[in-house]
Design a protein around this ligand. Structure first.
Ligand code: DC
Length: 219
């Protein structure tokens, strides 16, 4: 099969991971969730009482943070220094930390290297904030997924409710707004639509329709 790389970027809660996973299954190629890698770095900081906003301390520790991605039945597992942290990285606290460490150049450089390598060795659907702009600038197809912030917060609440986790709409809305602001205004590789990316607003359209649009865009 020819080498395909699909870059999906967009703000928090736009549906990137759900859609990227569906596209990867349809095409039988790897799904790489880069946010999970930033989350693993944040979890390392939390576990080691490192202030993730403290650039110098994070930088000093960055070489001790070993992240591996494993694939089990096409599902990505995140291994942090030998521990499977796939479930532990899914908290709001870790998400906030991931956004903070994502602003640090030492962390971005380390993860960029791993992500570029995955894209060079495999056909992938990769989602994140800087995939079309930095990680896979030569991607076969680039997508920028959006949805109104209210819609994104509503989806996140639904997701948490489905998992039996209590949540508060206004709190989630604020958390998403803060993370978007942080991710789009940082100095290094901010969240931005690549010039050659196709923007898809997912508000009010079904997941299947979005997946079809993306597959139809493949050359
Ligand atoms: O996609 P996510 O919500 O799991 O990402 C968590 C945070 O990680 C996000 O708020 C910013 C950071 N991130 C990043 O800076 N660059 C990426 N390619 C992916 C995520």
């Amino acid at each position: 099969m020819r080498h395909i790389t699909i870059a999906i970027d967009g703000p928090a809660g736009a549906g990137k991971s759900t859609i990227a996973k569906m596209v990867s299954r349809k095409l039988g190629i790897l799904y790489v969730d880069t946010g999970a890698m930033y989350r693993a770095v944040a979890l390392y900081c939390l576990d080691h009482n490192i202030d993730y906003k403290d650039r110098q301390t994070v930088e000093k520790n960055v070489d001790d943070i070993l992240i591996d991605l494993l694939y089990q039945d096409a599902n990505q597992r995140v291994i942090l220094n030998g521990e499977d942290v796939t479930e532990r990285i899914r908290t709001q606290e870790v998400a906030k930390g991931a956004s903070a460490v994502g602003a640090l150049k030492s962390v971005r450089d380390k993860l960029l290297h791993i992500q570029k390598q995955l894209g060079a060795e495999h056909s992938v659907v990769m989602d994140g904030r800087d995939i079309g702009t930095h990680v896979l600038p030569q991607a076969t197809t680039k997508i920028f997924l959006t949805a109104s912030v209210e819609e994104r917060a509503k989806r996140r609440c639904q997701e948490l409710t489905n998992k039996g986790i209590k949540n508060d709409f206004n709190w989630i809305l604020q958390e998403i707004q803060e993370r978007d602001e942080n991710d789009s205004t940082r100095e290094h590789a901010p969240l931005r639509k690549a010039e050659d990316a196709v923007e898809i607003d997912t508000t009010g359209i079904s997941l299947e329709e979005v997946v079809k649009k993306i597959i139809d865009l493949l050359p």
